[in-house]
Design a protein around this ligand. Structure first.
Ligand code: NAD
Length: 484
């Protein structure tokens, strides 16, 4: 199978914060991969814009080093790297002052797509947006890309939206949630809406419950002080897990277009019921031989911030009433796994007696590791010995099914940046979605703050606190094993 790469239009992409961690780790290596995949026109340009005083050659060196450190196999293409570096430029700029803006204005070309990646702290978004207009750099067709965190509550998210809306229309604003750029996440939509097999079963008649797990093995380490003001709910649930929940639960949009998809996602968020306190479990990892405790990492011995959260929630609509959605995410857990699991109901009647009744169909969609899906089906155990049933996976690991093509699959950031250039907002969050997500999240956080809820300690390298297991056990269900 030959992968089809469709080149994008000619563009000027300005990366504000072009010397920062995100730019070096993700954005620039990602762009290089798209360049090697021949998706970027040879005339397109990438302009780093950041505070540091450096010239173009120094910036090219910075990017060369970033690709050497964070790039994949494509960095072996040294000739390609030189051509890519020649497309780069740099301007030292002050987001809060006037330095560099005239220079940047002089660098921009007419008649190409203009995109501005705000890879800086959100407190600078307003300054950047205002200056892009004052210096006549942005036009009505220009696009801006903004990063998480998009606010820390409803009020701050509304303020950020208003700041951006003062200078840009909603169809110019691309709010990145890199989970939406993952191949499997889009495949989830292909599987749901491209097959007749699943959609008829995708409701409370056939689905027992749905689990969404995003487990990380890393702790909060170097970013402990920042994380301690946020916690798992704000850092992961309000955005990433919420987006996954939307895609798994939404009604079929009438077409695969930006507003049709986002309208359906918004309806899911708005239909989420408030969560009872005993359906929320928060945790903090303990120290072990491999590392310090959460409180040590956060340098806050009295921290009440959660590094783990598990939630049982419900969606109040015809499709999902009565079907619990169990969400959990945490740091320093057993393995690094992101997975959505749809557990179907037991057979209404088993002709195989008790044995048949204990087997279930389970569809699991893995975002990492080994992106892919598997569907657990029940078959007869081969060989003599009567009718014994076993569960086997119908495995759709992309790397196995698609061979080398799977290795060429664009990483989430690359795909999303190319979508910005193409002007496709389908995989980006709309302002009202972000606000609705905060509107659901805020009362949960306010609730545990008012209760002075103390997170439960859990062993680093485990499945999280005992109470999270109980959240399921009480319902006669259990979490999927977290295995990488
Ligand atoms: P960073 O601190 O490494 O880099 C910040 C960049 O902003 C630097 O290039 C710096 O020169 C520039 N900058 C700061 N003040 C400026 C000013 N006044 N004028 C012009 N430029 C200025 O930050 P980062 O980790 O790259 O994060 C950037 C943004 O992306 C943040 O909003 C962060 O929350 C978000 N984000 C980062 C990651 C990550 O993995 N690093 C992941 C998700 C989201």
């Amino acid at each position: 199978m030959v992968s089809r790469v469709i080149p994008v239009e000619d563009f000027d992409l300005v990366i504000f914060g072009g010397t920062g961690d995100l730019a070096r780790r993700k954005i620039l290596p990602g762009l290089f991969r798209r360049f090697i995949a021949e998706q970027m026109p040879a005339t397109s340009r990438i302009i780093g814009a950041a505070r540091a005083d450096m010239d173009r050659a120094a910036y090219q060196t910075l990017v060369r080093d970033a690709i050497a450190e964070f790039g994949g196999d494509e960095k072996e293409d040294t000739a390609g790297l030189e051509v890519f570096l020649a497309q780069l430029d740099y301007v030292a700029i002050d987001a809060m002052g006037d330095k560099g803006w005239d220079t940047l204005a002089g660098m921009m070309r007419d008649n190409v797509v203009k995109a501005f990646y705000f890879s800086v702290a959100p407190s600078l978004f307003g300054d950047l947006a205002e200056r892009l207009h004052r210096f006549k750099i942005a036009t009505a067709e220009s696009r801006i890309v903004v990063e998480k965190p998009f606010g820390r509550d409803l009020e701050s998210a509304k303020a950020l939206n208003a700041t951006l809306a003062a200078h840009f229309n909603e169809d110019q604003i691309y709010r990145i949630d890199h989970y939406l750029g993952k191949e499997t996440v889009q495949n989830l939509m292909a599987v749901r809406f491209g097959n007749v097999l699943f959609e008829p079963l995708w409701n409370n008649h056939y689905v027992d419950h749905i689990q969404i797990t995003v487990a990380e093995t890393v702790g909060v380490g170097g970013r402990g002080a920042y994380y301690d003001k946020s916690g798992a709910m704000r850092d992961m649930v309000q955005n990433h897990l919420m987006q996954l929940l939307c895609l798994i639960a939404m009604e079929p949009p009438s077409q695969f277009g930006a507003d049709a998809v986002r309208d359906e996602k918004l309806k899911v968020i708005r239909a989420l019921e408030p969560v009872a306190p005993h359906h929320i479990v928060r945790g903090q990892y303990d120290a072990n031989a491999d590392g310090p405790s959460y409180r040590e990492d956060a340098s806050n011995p009295k921290s009440f911030t959660e590094s783990f959260v598990a939630i049982k929630c419900h969606i109040a609509n015809w499709r999902w009433t009565g079907v619990p959605f169990y969400l959990r995410t945490g740091k320093r857990m057993k393995s690094r796994v992101s997975e959505i699991t749809v557990v179907f109901k037991d057979l209404g009647h088993s002709i195989f007696g008790d044995d048949g009744a204990t087997h279930r169909n389970i569809l699991s969609i893995r975002l990492q590791p080994n992106e892919g899906m598997d569907l657990q089906v029940t078959i007869k155990e081969p060989g003599p010995g009567g009718m014994r049933l076993i569960d086997v996976p119908l495995d759709m690991t992309f790397a196995d099914a698609l061979g080398d093509d799977a290795a060429d699959v664009a990483d989430a950031y690359e795909r999303l940046i190319m979508d910005v250039i193409r002007g496709n907002q389908t995989l980006f969050m709309r302002g009202d979605e972000v606000e609705a997500a905060w509107a659901w999240t805020d009362p949960l956080i306010a609730g545990w703050e008012a209760r002075h809820d103390v997170p439960k300690t859990y062993d680093a390298g485990s499945n999280g606190p005992e109470d999270a297991l109980l959240l399921m056990h009480r319902d006669n269900r259990k979490w999927r094993d977290i295995k990488g």
